[in-house]
Design a protein around this ligand. Structure first.
Ligand SMILES: Cc1ncc(COP(=O)(O)O)c(C=O)c1O
Length: 414
């Protein structure tokens, strides 16, 4: 409770200088590529201070840092409960730069098998070219995870919750397995956000978010962040300066603005997604619902103990073929059809047509991605409007139930 109250206040105030230029309320965008010095002595003093990490709010070149980006980083670090954070041009930039910092030829990385497809591709195709070895372990198989650790293992990387089945990782258990073997644990917490889960508290070393999703929250920016100890973040920030994938000041400013309402948005999205999952569960047109807040989900108990909310994404399989599933989606009036999640607008998609569209039906089947699988990422629209919309679309196409709205409550008669 207390933590969430702090988080609401932190989302608004953390990281921002109290006294801002021109006494503005909000942190301005420093839309500049470089920074100037009053004279040669000022530059020499800056360089000396920088050697000791004491340059304060001064910067030299935009690839290394910027005051708007730094304010967003301080806020993100505070929300994740971290000493430091580093902001990138995308979630993938955060992931790839972190792995490039921690791994080298001959080292070994373990990842859970339902990680974001581009993350898996980076590890198994890209890093492989540079001599990094990798093992994929089934999500939720902790014995396989422990058995996969080698003397050369440097990193265990997992998401939690995962896409599209919303599997939840037992973070303390993985930390326990990794710590005695001196392996770093990285959690991609994009689907949870710091409101629902803070992986650093049970001992994860780094937490990564695609800030494109809930942190930005308005479907209008691409960014990524990694948070953790000052020591690890110094190395990752150094790599960012070399790889050149820092965020631009404008998306950093949009992110600062979006973050102020993070707690409000996530609480609403948690509430709506749980109501949607309960509505779909047991609906005659729905074969299965995947939501960690439902007791029928394999990780329900784990999620209930580890998370303060179950998140805003609900996946479900219809009792229908691919074409009929598409027809139900096409009848929906509120969500846009699209591949992302976490913004104020709801987004929906047939999973086979988004992340996995370039695979053959057989390859998709191997990964458990069926044509009747739908992912709904709820926005902040009214909960009942979203449920009404789902009800009418299912009813119109599959004709299974009739619905009526009485006194603001949706009644279903089968
Ligand atoms: C869990 C997860 N991590 C990372 C990413 C990559 O983030 P971005 O699109 O901001 O590069 C995504 C994108 O969908 C994601 O879903």
């Amino acid at each position: 409770m207390n933590q969430n109250r702090n988080l609401k206040t932190g989302a608004v105030h953390a990281g921002e200088q109290r006294l801002k230029p021109n006494h503005a309320i909000t942190t301005p965008i420093a839309q500049t590529s470089a920074f100037t010095f009053e004279n040669t002595q000022d530059l020499a003093d800056y360089q000396e201070a920088k050697l000791w990490g004491e340059q304060g709010h001064r910067y030299d070149y935009g690839r290394y840092g910027n005051p708007t980006i730094a304010a967003a980083e301080r806020k993100l670090a505070a929300l994740d409960g971290a000493e430091a954070a580093c902001l990138f041009s995308s979630g993938m930039a955060a992931i790839t730069t972190t792995l490039l910092t921690l791994l080298s030829a001959g080292s070994h990385v373990i990842f859970t098998d339902d990680c974001y497809r581009r993350t898996r591709g980076f590890i198994t195709l890209f890093l492989k070219r540079f001599g990094v070895e990798a093992t994929s372990v089934p999500m939720g198989d902790y014995d396989a995870l422990a058995a996969a650790i080698r003397p050369t293992t440097k990193v265990i990387l997992s998401e939690s919750p995962t896409n599209p089945y919303l599997r939840v990782l037992d973070i303390p258990r993985v930390v326990d397995i990794a710590r005695s073997r001196k392996v770093k644990v990285i959690i991609d917490s994009t689907f949870a956000t710091p409101v629902n889960q803070r992986p650093l508290e049970p001992g994860a070393d780094l937490v990564i978010h695609s800030a494109t999703k809930y942190l930005g929250g308005h479907n209008d920016l691409i960014a990524g962040v990694v948070s953790g100890s000052a020591y690890m973040l110094a190395a990752i920030t150094e790599s960012r300066g070399v790889l050149g994938n820092i965020s631009d000041p404008h998306p950093a400013w949009l992110l600062l603005r979006g973050l102020k309402t993070l707690a409000l948005r996530i609480h609403q999205q948690n509430r709506t997604a749980l109501a949607v999952a309960r509505f779909l569960h047991g609906h005659p047109a729905v074969a299965q619902v995947f939501y960690p807040g439902l007791p029928s989900h394999p990780d329900y108990a784990l999620a209930a103990g580890q998370m303060s909310g179950f998140g805003g994404v609900v996946s479900f399989a219809l009792n229908a073929d691919g074409a009929t599933t598409g027809a139900v989606i096409d009848r929906l009036k509120i969500p846009y059809i699209g591949p992302s999640l976490g913004g104020v607008e709801s987004l929906v998609g047939q999973v086979a047509l988004t992340t996995y569209s370039d695979l053959s039906p057989e390859e998709r089947a191997d990964l458990g991605i069926t044509d009747n699988l739908v992912r709904l990422a709820v926005g902040i629209e009214d909960t009942r409007d979203i449920i009404n919309d789902l009800a009418q679309a299912l009813d119109a196409v599959l004709g299974t139930t009739t619905f009526s709205l009485e006194n603001g409550f949706l009644l279903r008669s089968e």
